[in-house]
Ligand binder design. Structure first.
Ligand SMILES: [Zn+2]
Ligand SMILES: [Zn+2]
Length: 271
């Protein structure tokens, strides 16, 4: 692939998106990032955008130099006959070879990426294989209780405790372990909410075999949420960020709480 064509692609793409002349410094930075991240390596994009580039040649040249400079640096270790890179987790078992541009996206979701500790709150830095997650929880997080069965009550005590609080417990059924999490936090400032979610200690693929239901029961009131459990590979934070969980505010919590304690019925089923 021709270096100058590639770096031209960088400037052209960036310029055509953003171009008033006043944004030059920003453009340079962007161009660098694009090079380092490998975003410019989309075949075809350069050619089609270059056709529309008739003005701004001085600016273009500047970008070209900038682009090829960075590009040269970034590509040096790879050599001439570039073999496609393998996933960062190849030693863990991932067999994929990927285009440079696909690598970061894949590694984010790669099933061979080490599992981090699923406990909410980023205090525990443990990570390891899926098989090691349960032993880790039993050794390092002894305070988490486990209930057996598909249908249990997850009792969160003192839901009026101030600040961000997590309630966690484990549920064992269908030869799997599920982590139940209730989190109280201010996703939006000044607006405290509760988020309840069920995670499978397992892969995303395994999680698809299950469904869970969370139910709050009160005086002539019922609030129900049904969904597929999240894999701990995604984590609690992702579920909360996407509101892919049971969400309710403090007034609703009080409708269902009894003496500051909130009982959530949790039912897990296979599908
Ligand atoms: Zn992979
Ligand atoms: Zn941990």
């Amino acid at each position: 692939m021709c270096v100058s064509a590639e770096s031209a692609c960088v400037c052209v793409c960036v310029c055509s998106m953003l171009c008033p002349a006043s944004c030059l410094p920003l453009l340079r930075e962007l161009a660098q990032w694009r090079c380092l991240l490998g975003w410019h390596r989309h075949p075809g994009v350069g050619a089609s955008s270059a056709a529309g580039l008739t003005t701004n040649t001085g600016q273009q040249q500047q970008h070209q130099q900038q682009g090829s400079e960075v590009k040269g640096r970034a590509s040096r270790p790879v050599g001439r006959t570039k073999p496609l890179p393998v996933s960062q987790y190849s030693s863990a078992g991932c067999l994929l070879t990927l285009h440079h541009s696909e690598k970061p996206d894949h590694e984010e979701v790669c099933e061979f990426r080490p599992y981090t500790c699923p406990c909410p709150g980023a205090t525990c830095k443990w990570h390891g294989s899926l098989e090691a997650v349960m032993p880790h929880l039993m050794h390092a997080h002894k305070s988490i209780t486990t209930l057996q069965g598909e249908d249990i009550v997850f009792l969160a005590t003192d839901i009026n405790l101030p600040g961000a609080v997590d309630w966690v417990m484990m549920q064992s059924c269908f030869s799997h372990h599920f982590m139940l999490v209730l989190e109280k936090q201010e996703k939006y400032e000044g607006h405290q909410q509760f988020f309840a979610v069920v995670l499978l200690i397992g892969t995303r693929k395994q999680a698809e075999n299950f469904a869970y239901r969370l139910e709050l029961n009160g005086n002539r009131r019922r609030l129900t949420w049904e969904a597929t459990p999240r894999s701990i590979h995604d984590g609690v934070a992702a579920a909360i960020m996407n509101s892919d969980c049971l969400v309710f505010d403090t007034s609703i919590a009080h409708l269902f709480a009894d003496n500051g304690n909130l009982g959530i019925n949790v039912t897990i089923s296979m599908c």
